[in-house]
Design a protein around this ligand. Structure first.
Ligand code: URA
Length: 425
């Protein structure tokens, strides 16, 4: 086969065969297809899309480029969740131990954050001593012992995706829905989970800004899962305002621990319970213990503590605190009718909670606490947002991104997506 024929076929709107796709991904991974050729093919895919058979074959080829995890020796069924990412999205932290407390095993291979949405590993690394890198044998040990493991995906999983994603990032081809869907699903299928629940976020703070795009992404990922024999369900959920009150690594860990202690913001609790019920049902454990009971009776908190300890962390140690604080006061009395997720996410990132380049460190204490959410009454001169950073110089740029990010009206109701917008199977 020849890379130029494959590029020409896609450019001219033909459907690529499974053999062409398998050859292309394998040759690219080996270095036999040049970056400029793959870049051209990715652009042809972005412009012309992919059919369902093409996207399934593309995903299979990326899975075949590396290792596949095997959890068949575990005594419990495995189930996992993937979120497309959002501002204040700390749901994995309470969710993984909660689902484990209800009888499933959660093998979650996660990533670090880049840009305004935080990464789960960055959040967990705020816990003193906690370690993200585990060998496959250690992963299996933690899973067997505690029921949940959240750790860094090794370089052996879908290496074709790693290479292709870096190329897409610099060639304006990240936004292709079939390429996003196959990228996410190749890693999740290679991770070896028995069931998968996708949390596809919609709104300003999400990857997908509009409902039609989010729906198309969710449907494409569910179709890929189904074609690979993986029980996959997707929820479309709101990301037009931040999730919960805390945005930033240690702040989000603290909020997650509140949820595990039976408290926490109502939206975080509602979404955690909805995803937990979906994960258990997808794993065939619908009649297991109800997740709300596992939050009430402390069993989810017990798993959290065991899971953190098993990865070297001290669940009772004080979390890092930023050196400097700045309060944003409500400029008027009334109802907060808008708090834009993107504005808050960029502000938290500029405070140091996120990174601009892959190799940058994050500040664990940096971030934002929202004292009101859309629909809440606010009083002029009272704190609306608390900003945290290690360095005072961070505040002016963070405040710039909050300029225009919220609206207070005398009366009114926010025009927001419902927290859980739809369910796709
Ligand atoms: N996340 C991924 O893993 N892949 C994409 O293509 C986009 C987001």
């Amino acid at each position: 086969m020849d890379a130029i024929d494959v590029i020409r076929a896609k450019r001219d709107g033909a459907e690529l065969t499974p053999d062409q796709i398998a050859w292309t991904i394998a040759a690219y991974t080996r270095g036999d297809i040049a970056e400029e050729q793959m870049s051209s093919l990715a652009m042809a895919i972005l412009l012309n899309g992919m059919t369902r058979p093409e996207v399934s074959a593309w995903t299979q080829a990326m899975i075949d480029s590396g290792d596949r995890m095997d959890w068949s020796s575990l005594s419990r069924p495995t189930t996992d969740k993937h979120s497309t990412g959002g501002v204040g999205d700390k749901i994995t932290l309470p969710l993984a131990p909660l689902v484990a407390a209800c009888g499933a095993a959660v093998p979650q291979l996660s990533g670090r954050g880049l840009g305004h949405t935080g990464g789960t590993l960055d959040k967990l690394e705020a816990v003193p001593g906690w370690r993200a890198s585990l060998s496959p044998a250690e992963m299996l040990g933690v899973l067997e012992e505690t029921g949940a493991v959240v750790c860094a995906a090794g370089t052996g999983l879908a290496p074709a995706d790693r290479k292709l994603y870096a190329l897409r990032d610099v060639t304006g081809t990240v936004e292709s829905i079939p390429l996003i869907a196959s990228s996410i699903m190749s890693k999740k299928i290679a991770e070896g989970t028995g069931a998968l629940v996708l949390d596809v976020k919609v709104g300003s703070g999400a990857f997908m800004k509009t409902l039609p795009d989010a729906r198309e992404l969710a449907e494409t990922m569910v179709a890929i899962g189904t074609d690979h024999g993986l029980h996959t369900v997707a929820l479309l959920t709101a990301m037009d305002r931040p999730l919960g009150n805390a945005v930033g690594n240690a702040l989000e860990v603290a909020e997650s621990v509140e949820v595990l202690a039976g408290g926490g913001p109502s939206d975080v609790v509602e979404l955690t319970l909805a995803l937990a019920r979906e994960m258990l049902a997808a794993a065939g454990l619908a009649s297991a213990k109800d997740p709300a009971d596992a939050l009430r009776d402390g069993s989810a908190m017990d798993v959290w503590r065991r899971m953190i300890t098993a990865q070297g962390g001290d669940p009772l140690a004080p979390l890092p605190v930023a050196r400097e604080t700045h309060e944003v006061l409500a400029p008027a009395t009334g109802v907060l009718t808008r708090l834009d997720a993107f504005g808050v996410g960029v502000a938290a990132w500029r405070l140091g909670a996120g990174r601009a380049r892959k190799e940058d460190p994050v500040s664990f204490g940096a971030g934002i606490l929202c004292h009101a959410k859309p629909g809440d009454k606010v009083t002029k001169g009272r704190p609306l947002l608390s900003l945290y950073a290690d360095d005072m110089d961070r505040f002016p740029r963070a405040l710039e991104s909050l300029d225009g990010a919220y609206t207070i009206e005398e009366t009114g109701t926010p025009d927001l997506h419902p927290l859980i917008i739809d369910r796709i199977t």
